[in-house]
Design a protein around this ligand. Sequence first.
Ligand SMILES: O=P(O)(O)OC(CO)CO
Ligand SMILES: [Mg+2]
Ligand SMILES: [Mg+2]
Length: 292
Amino acid sequence: MSRRRLYRLSVTSQTHTLFVAHETSVILSAFQQQKEVRLKSSPADLVTETDQQVEKMLISAIRRKYPQHRFIGEESVAAGEAVELTDSPTWIIDPIDGTVNFVHRFPFVAVSIAFTVNKQTEFGIVYSCVEDKLFHAQRGRGAYLNGKPLCSDIHRCVVVTEIGAESRSITCCVLLCYSVRALGTAAVDMCQVATGGADAYYHIGMHCWDIAASTIIVLEAGGVVMDTDGSEFDMMSRKVIAASSSAVANGIAQVVQAFPCRRDNEAASKRKCDTQSERAVAQPTACVLHEL
Ligand SMILES: O=P(O)(O)OC(CO)CO
Ligand SMILES: [Mg+2]
Ligand SMILES: [Mg+2]
């Protein structure tokens, strides 16, 4: 199957073409290779050369075309850039969503790209590279998987979330629903809701680059996105429920237990904890390396 996919997306009245083929071929060719792994904010927050390389490639390709646009990129933020979502056209990029999967060759890794103007998401792209599944949505124009329209018409009561250091509320949903799944990539988890493969996704602790693109894909597929407390979704809050209907989303909001979580756009000085961890453990761990 050809992995060269071409997007034609209308951005602020201009039609432009965005190739993601080259960037994703970099991920696929590195997928089976040995990787040098570094830790960021915690032992489960990994980064590889490929994450950094793909983010640089994407940003420089987009910047050549749109020099005035702004960027929020996961690895640029890890390198010290501030997270600032303004009214200016802004690209929110997660070069590899599912880096732990990528390191372990668990075949769910995605490139996630969202584009916002006036803080509103205009379009989102999630490319699940190994599956060769390309999700995209544009505001008001629907959501698509490999070019075919998506709708969220299925109620199978399967919920996706992620189980990690900051995922303290999983047990409440296990008791509530039929079954819980975790694919290791928030972007692909949420796209499962858009396809109807799962009824809902919820999480506290993901970042804007993990969920920005898949949020508009869920909405354009007919789904619902809200804060885990049932209030309006806030891209910077790091709290999200995505569901096939308001009833399902509200049901989850009623049982999710809140816990403190720093906003993405909190001042860098207040994110001291992450920075200290990065300095302390900037080398591979044995538990990761024995798999390589
Ligand atoms: O692999 P990443 O980009 O760190 O994202 C993880 C969550 O932090 C999976 O969604
Ligand atoms: Mg991510
Ligand atoms: Mg990532």
